[in-house]
Design a protein around this ligand. Sequence first.
Ligand SMILES: [Mg+2]
Length: 170
Amino acid sequence: MPFSLVPDCLVDRYAEITPEYLKSRGICLLLSDLDYTLAARKTSKPDDSLRAWIAELKAADIAFMIVSNNRSGHRVTAFCDSLGVPYQGHAQKPSTRGLEEAMRRAGTDRAHTAMLGDKLLTDVLAANRAGVLALMVEPVGGAVTCWQKVLHAMQAPFKAAYRRKVAKDA
Ligand SMILES: [Mg+2]
């Protein structure tokens, strides 16, 4: 169970994660965080660009599931229902429990799974501990609250480590 906060991929927006990229990495299940990853916090309805991206994934036969630590079930459930995607709640990231349950439900394994999220200490750490591809996205709407700004600053060295890794591998 490796402890690493360095993502395998860092993008500005979720839509940069394309079906082509996922297929090139052998991924058939994409797990994703919700808040600040797919939508700004407290958003209750998915927008058209998110719907279009999910449709592209589905068309490419890539299964998709939202894996969230969120406890306020109603908003997240309504969001997922509206999007037509399954939801794994109470994931307790950075625990690997939610990711493992999601893989079990989807009938696939870690070699074919990726996890997308905006936070290193929950999403990326859970992905690395579970041995799935760790995809990180800059927070939707940017760092808004004081806590987000602090978190953003704390994440910077690990993003720099990712960029160094990419430059070395190039
Ligand atoms: Mg998030």
